[in-house]
Ligand binder design. Structure first.
Ligand code: EPU
Length: 351
């Protein structure tokens, strides 16, 4: 039941958020605002309770951990439109509202013969959340396809359109992540192609395609199918076992550090980082080596399929999951001297 409503929005007080976060942990919002039409945002942010309070914009709740209740207002954008803004025989600009479910959007684009997002199939969450942490998987980051991010800027009180170059995209990072109280992403425009070559560089994709009987020039839909099969096998389904995907980012260290770690641990997976002076290490491998895969502290645990994924076996609190995460990071640091940091946003506590 809504407590009150206006044109394009509804307000709810004292709302449980358990079903709105994929860890499935208990939390309550003092105020939840469901926005169906983003033209309501200027009016909403005119009210003191929204203008002056900390803000949490909730998408699919798949990249956050409630270690406590959010203190200010929680905003959920529910608009679901997708449209082609412009197109020619080789490209299209597609616009999607922030509330569209990411995987549905990927399937929508593939269904229209557009490629670019196939490696990002089955990532949980919404379109609006995708640019915030620059979602990535299987050799592709979403920034490669982002044309414009449209957002309500609380600082200027109006809508801004940021081209990709202005979003400070980096590995699991963007300007939106750095300034979470400032922007409410309302829609994203993607530049997609009708005939780009598939990106098959990530280990496992080629093997999966071969297992599917696809041996040459795979279509984007086939790459998406391969990604879906790998993800279903490796990553627990949040609908079955509460989780937020990778809980830790892969640490980026100076190349000299990676080289010296490799001398001692030749099996450590090391990947290229965006600049040559650095390397990205596999956090999953480091955690696995510390013996945490499949580990449980009560209902807070680590997936037995993937060491990067923290799971809620039933009734873990957000704080219990956070304590386990801190223990894991401390063990990795003690053993390898490498700090690892959480990927999800942590609400109600500091890392
Ligand atoms: N590994 C282990 N133990 C494990 C799992 C993996 O030692 O339990 C090692 C393996 O050697 C493997 C390597 O770690 O080759 C890398 O594993 P994986 O291919 O699963 O990738 P990842 O680096 O652990 C990243 C993203 C995932 C994304 C996959 C595939 C981050 C933090 N995670 O995981 O993204 O799906 O690559 O591209 O960058 C997410 O962000 O929520 C997420 C799931």
């Amino acid at each position: 039941m809504s407590t009150s409503s206006g044109s394009g929005y509804r307000l709810f007080e004292n709302v449980r958020l358990d079903a709105r976060n994929t860890f499935g942990v208990a939390a309550r919002a003092p105020l939840l605002v469901e926005v169906s039409n983003t033209t309501a945002l200027p009016e909403l942010f005119g009210y003191a309770m929204l203008r002056d309070a900390p803000l949490l914009v909730l998408g699919g709740g798949s990249n956050l951990l409630f270690a406590g209740d959010p203190q200010g207002a929680v905003l959920a954008l529910t608009a679901q439109q997708i449209c082609i803004v412009e197109e020619d025989s080789s490209h299209a600009i597609v616009r999607a509202d922030a509330g569209v479910i990411w995987h549905d959007f990927v399937l929508w684009t593939l269904g229209r013969g557009l490629c670019g997002l196939e490696n990002l199939a089955l990532i949980p969450g919404t379109v609006g959340a995708a640019p915030i942490q620059n979602i990535g998987a299987y050799g592709v980051e979403v920034r490669a396809c982002i044309h414009v991010v449209e957002a309500f800027d609380r600082q200027c009180g109006g809508v801004v359109r940021l081209v990709a170059a202005d979003c400070a995209f980096a590995y699991r990072d963007s300007c939106f992540k750095h300034d979470p109280d400032r922007y409410v992403v309302t829609a994203v425009e993607f530049a997609l192609s009708r005939n780009a070559a598939a990106i098959l560089s990530y280990a496992g994709i080629g093997e999966e395609l071969a297992a599917m009987g696809v041996t040459q020039a795979p279509r984007a839909t086939q790459v998406a199918e391969a990604v879906i099969r790998i993800r279903r096998r490796k990553l627990p389904d949040p609908a079955v076992l509460g989780n937020a995907g990778s809980f830790f980012k892969n640490p980026i260290v100076p190349t000299a550090v990676a080289t010296s770690l490799l001398q001692e641990h030749p099996a450590l997976p090391v990947f290229r980082a965006t600049d040559d002076g650095n390397r990205k290490l596999s956090a999953a491998w480091l955690i696995d080596q510390c013996g945490f895969k499949g580990h449980r502290d009560g209902d807070a645990g680590v997936s037995s399929e993937h060491a990067l994924v923290l799971v809620n076996h039933g009734h873990a609190s957000g704080l219990q999951l956070l304590e386990l995460a801190r223990r894991i990071a401390a063990a990795v640091f003690a053993r390898f001297g490498v700090p690892i940091e959480p990927e999800p946003r942590i609400i109600g506590a500091r890392w």
